[in-house]
Ligand binder design. Sequence first.
Ligand SMILES: Nc1ncnc2c1ncn2[C@@H]1O[C@H](COP(=O)(O)OP(=O)(O)OP(=O)(O)O)[C@@H](O)[C@H]1O
Ligand SMILES: [Mg+2]
Length: 350
Amino acid sequence: MKWLDNFFKQFSVDLGTANTMVYVRNQGIMIQEPSVVAISDRTKDVLAIGEEAKKMVGRTPMDIRAVRPLRNGVVSDFEVTEQMLRYFIQKAIQKYAKFKAFARPQVVIGIPSGVTEVERRAVEEAAMNAGARKVFLIEEPMAAAIGARLPVGDAGGCMIIDIGGGTAEIAVISLGGVVASRSIRAAGDRFDEDIILYARNVMNLVIGERMAEQVKIAIGSAYPMKKELETTIKGRDVLSGLPRTEIIHSGQVRDALKESIGIIVDAVKSTVEQTPPELVADIMDRGIYVAGGGAQIRGLDTLLAQECRMPVIIADDPMTCVARGTGSLLDDIELLKRVSVVSKYDSLPS
Ligand SMILES: Nc1ncnc2c1ncn2[C@@H]1O[C@H](COP(=O)(O)OP(=O)(O)OP(=O)(O)O)[C@@H](O)[C@H]1O
Ligand SMILES: [Mg+2]
């Protein structure tokens, strides 16, 4: 039924605080852009969304603001979130649905596990307004676990840590449900803030978010490395106000990140403590899986394994785990129904 498939092209969306990805059924991840919206303060108009808007962060003239509407892991700015979601869904429809006028896709959306009922509705309504025929919501840790190919429907326990931009989510999953979970605000954004503070307090250097992220990606680590790294850091001298370039070492960045990474480690430990012993035994056999962009901090697996006394595995392509997980549910309606969050649109005919 190829033609039918073209007609009702199905999508899934990972609505992340840092990046949004759209997965198109039978095609894979086709849109991957920063969750950033540029808005005019004067007219309140949306000027750019995604990649184009991110380029404006920290560089906007006085009357343009580049905002991340999901910054804190929840829908902090609903109207802008809705516009962003609509833009990405419409973009996918324009590109991938053959009969645009009729295309009302089914959409699966990953949402943070901590969101309130109101926020959940907000996301759902935004997707319906953007042209979806039916919306399934699925909690991000569940999606991440599926993306990491963990057998979430089995009776055994699986543990997943998803370290994104706004939040780190930790979950133990068994029989298609979340048995124990934690959501904390220590993740990629906070690592960047740690580096900004370090540069300012220790190096007398004022740097921006983008510079901090660059340093983190270039040399960020959680555990001492055989060969330590260094990179250049550019900013403005606190005293003279003039531009200055310095070398920063991986040991320094590790110091800067230590506290935030410690918070994640503690949350993982306490989640393990809350997990029934049978499931802990399964997790010991299978290992703890780590997904999300933040999973790429060097040596995080070694540190976690040492602290929690469990094997730790960084998922393949960790940043796209949630998107691939939601995407693979488009092919497994039974599992999708089992793991999705109950929707108020469920009673509508599909
Ligand atoms: N190589 C890397 N090393 C360390 N951090 C990285 C790397 N690449 C990306 N990141 C960080 O990963 C974060 C984005 O990850 P991801 O796309 O999983 O977040 P998200 O899904 O948008 O956020 P959330 O899950 O909190 O809603 C950013 O903070 C980014 O700086
Ligand atoms: Mg995420």
